[in-house]
Design a protein around this ligand. Structure first.
Ligand SMILES: [Zn+2]
Length: 343
């Protein structure tokens, strides 16, 4: 496992202040920043809105829908010559044998979304380490490929869960895509950068963080708007995401988008959710495929876009961008920074 020491981090930062002799600048000037389309591979019953409304022991008694949705997404990606990153949940790997293999065979990157879709706030270092190691092994055993990327359920890597940074490193991950630099009632670190950065939690280790796409139009008064996917993609005008994509391309930062298979399922089984959660979950499902088709078209290389590449193939470029910025201290030093027990 490669550990990026703090010393190494500062060395990169120092070098990047001398652009004329910095090899990283050379990489940046000659490489277009691509878009990264990512899929959180989970079933509809895993969503946070269903937590508490549907017991985990009942999950597998609900029909599985994820495979047919993934097949549709793989076909759509192929049409646009797009390759992406699939953050896969361990519970889906167990219930749908062969699915991870099919995604990998289609040329995409497999990454981890944890095992049981627990928000980090409901875990401690020991349970998180077990959750991460299990999901990583499940995917690696099926695909034979190393898994180096992680996305926490519901973007739950925040200041309150800063302790998780060291656990994610300890589990062998090289990058994370869980810190959303926006205001939201249940997640987000609004002051975090809108491009790749290094983050440190309560301990010594730092981690490469690749945030989902935000857009900061003048009329928002300096606030970053979430335009990366999920409910923002289904419920708001598509023009917001399209403007966000154009701005990211102009500014040379990666446009990281995220979607879920169940968002493309117009016949999603009805779950016993609250009225508000029903509205959030079931609105816009019928038009999601046509919308994603437009987004993939906008970003495709043939249309003068930036192309779509897996995050794992862009890590050198992302590290170069992160090395130019400040180290983000997520923790306060008072979190649950205890060393995790071996899983
Ligand atoms: Zn999820």
């Amino acid at each position: 496992m490669t550990i990026i020491s703090t010393e190494c981090l500062y060395e990169v930062t120092t070098i990047s202040k001398r652009p004329t002799d910095n090899p990283l600048t050379h990489v940046m000037d000659n490489t277009r920043t691509p878009g990264c389309v990512t899929i959180d591979v989970e079933e509809y019953y895993h969503i946070e809105a269903a937590h508490g409304a549907m017991d985990r022991s009942q999950w597998w008694s609900w029909p599985t829908r994820v495979e047919r949705q993934i097949e549709g997404l793989l076909a759509l990606f192929a049409e646009h010559d797009a390759r992406g990153t699939f953050f896969m949940l361990g519970d889906v790997v167990k219930r749908c044998p062969g699915l991870a293999r099919r995604i990998a065979d289609a040329g995409h990157e497999l990454a981890s979304h944890g095992t049981n879709h627990d928000r980090l706030h409901r875990m401690d270092p020991t349970t998180l380490l077990a959750d991460l190691v299990t999901s990583k092994r499940l995917i690696e055993d099926e695909t034979g490929q190393a898994v180096v990327g992680y996305r926490a359920p519901s973007f739950s890597l925040t200041r309150e869960t800063a302790w998780a940074v060291d656990v994610i490193r300890a589990a062998g991950f090289e990058y994370d895509s869980s810190i959303f630099p926006v205001y939201h009632p249940s997640y987000g670190v609004p002051e975090a950068p809108d491009r790749p950065f290094y983050v440190r939690g309560d301990g010594e280790n730092s981690l490469l963080a690749i945030p989902p796409l935000t857009w900061s139009p003048g009329w928002a008064g300096g606030k970053k708007l979430a335009v990366a996917g999920g409910g923002y993609f289904r419920l708001l005008p598509l023009g917001l995401m399209r403007r966000g994509l154009r701005t990211a391309k102009r500014e040379g930062r990666p446009a990281v988008l995220y979607f879920h298979p169940w968002e493309f399922d117009a016949d999603l089984p009805r779950m016993p959710l609250s009225r508000v959660n029903r509205l959030r979950t079931y609105t816009g499902l019928g038009r999601a495929t046509a919308r994603l088709d437009r987004i993939l078209t906008q970003g495709s290389v043939g249309r003068g876009g930036m192309g779509w590449k897996p995050m794992g193939e862009m890590l050198d470029q992302f590290r170069a961008i992160a090395g130019r910025g400040e180290l983000v201290e997520l923790g306060t030093g008072t979190g649950q920074g205890a060393k995790p027990q071996a899983a």
